[in-house]
Design a protein around this ligand. Structure first.
Ligand code: PMP
Length: 353
């Protein structure tokens, strides 16, 4: 299939993040200057006989491969501006992967060390990128009763900071510089790429930074735009009851501190099966690669278009499918996790470019 038409922003020629470990500090610093300004691709979904154009904001085109490049850069700049971070200090963060890769690459470019506290759900692809970028990596192994590791990861971050005064926690869960990244860059880019004509923006939630930043921007500038939060069953990021989850990136085992009620209109819960089926369908029908949280957002966009009779919406696709070849795009993995039978799970009848 030929390459999908991308509009606006800068398309990255390939999976840059897989080569990051081989680049010099100067080359990495140049890539820091290329964070953001991602392209969009338009697809059309048909739901109940009605067509809706969905703009996919393809965050996989960031140099570190995900939306978290924006967050990482904003967190680091916030600490630099506050005078809390000095050359040679060690940044530390609890991360499921994407923020880790982003921080590792920015830290290396800027002369900081980086210590990632991850858990066994981290993908092999992310783990090797972290190591190639010289990050120290701790894999915590004590899960809570639902198989989540967040509490253990945060405990380890606190221990590391207490033991060494040169450790600085970026704190993606609480720093105002997380939502600010999306208020200042992701949202205005999307607004401009859509020619100011969006009816809704659909965003998957983990820390809630992306949702809160985009939500605040549109509330202030275009209050008519519907802001939709997307979560998965088992996540308590917005409400919900805790249960085991498989997809990385979307959902959380703690409540989002950023996603306050005033910043969005509704939450759509998407099953992991629907998210996976949507990811595969987009790739098959359009050649566009998105990850699981982007699949969840696109599925939710179809539901929202149907419920509110919308014809032009956007959704954020936080990363692309390249780092999920061993899971989301692997038939054996899908079968082992009960995610291989997609009959009746798609919320749209057709999807085209
Ligand atoms: N999807 C993916 C793939 C992610 O890595 C993240 C960030 N963990 C999100 C969605 C959610 O973003 P946020 O933390 O801003 O809510």
């Amino acid at each position: 299939m030929d390459t999908p038409a991308l509009t606006g922003g800068r398309a990255h020629p390939g999976p840059t993040w897989q080569r990051l470990g081989r680049l010099s500090r100067d080359q990495l610093e140049r890539l820091v200057g290329r964070v953001g300004a991602t392209p969009v691709a338009a697809v059309t979904v048909t739901v109940d006989g009605r067509r809706c154009e969905v703009l996919l904001k393809l965050e996989g085109h960031n140099p570190g491969g995900s939306v978290k490049d924006r967050t990482a850069l904003s967190l680091v700049r916030g600490l630099e501006t506050a005078g809390t971070l000095h050359p040679g200090d060690t940044l530390v963060e609890s991360t499921s992967g994407n923020l880790g890769v982003a921080l590792a690459f920015i830290a290396r470019a800027r002369g900081y060390r980086f210590h990632a506290v991850v858990d066994p759900h981290v993908t092999a692809e992310n783990l090797s990128t972290l190591r190639e970028l010289g990050a120290l990596v701790d894999v915590v192994d004590s899960a809570d009763e639902n198989g989540n590791y967040l509490r253990a990861r945060l405990r380890r971050v606190r221990e590391l900071c207490a033991a060494d005064p040169r450790y600085v926690w970026t704190d993606q869960y609480g720093s105002a510089h997380n939502p600010l990244a999306h208020y200042a860059t992701t949202a205005p880019e999307l607004d401009a790429q859509a020619g100011g004509r969006l009816q809704a923006v659909v965003v998957a939630v983990s820390t809630g930074g992306t949702l809160a930043g985009i939500g605040r921007y549109f509330r202030e500038r275009r209050p008519g735009v519907r802001i939709v939060a997307v979560d998965v069953a088992g996540s308590v990021a917005l409400a919900g009851r805790p249960a085991p989850r498989l997809l990385t990136g979307i959902g959380s085992s703690q409540r989002s501190r950023f996603a306050t009620d005033d910043l969005y209109d509704e939450t759509v819960f998407v099953s992991e099966l629907t998210a996976v089926a949507t990811v595969a369908t987009v790739r098959e029908r359009t050649g566009i690669r998105i990850g699981g949280s982007g699949g969840a957002a696109l599925a939710a966009a179809a539901v929202v278009a149907r419920d509110h009779g919308l014809s032009r919406v956007a959704c954020v696709c936080p990363d692309d499918g390249r780092k999920y070849e061993g899971s989301l795009f692997n038939d054996r993995w899908l079968r082992e996790h009960g995610l291989a039978d997609w009959s009746g799970t798609l919320p749209f009848t057709d999807l085209t470019r």
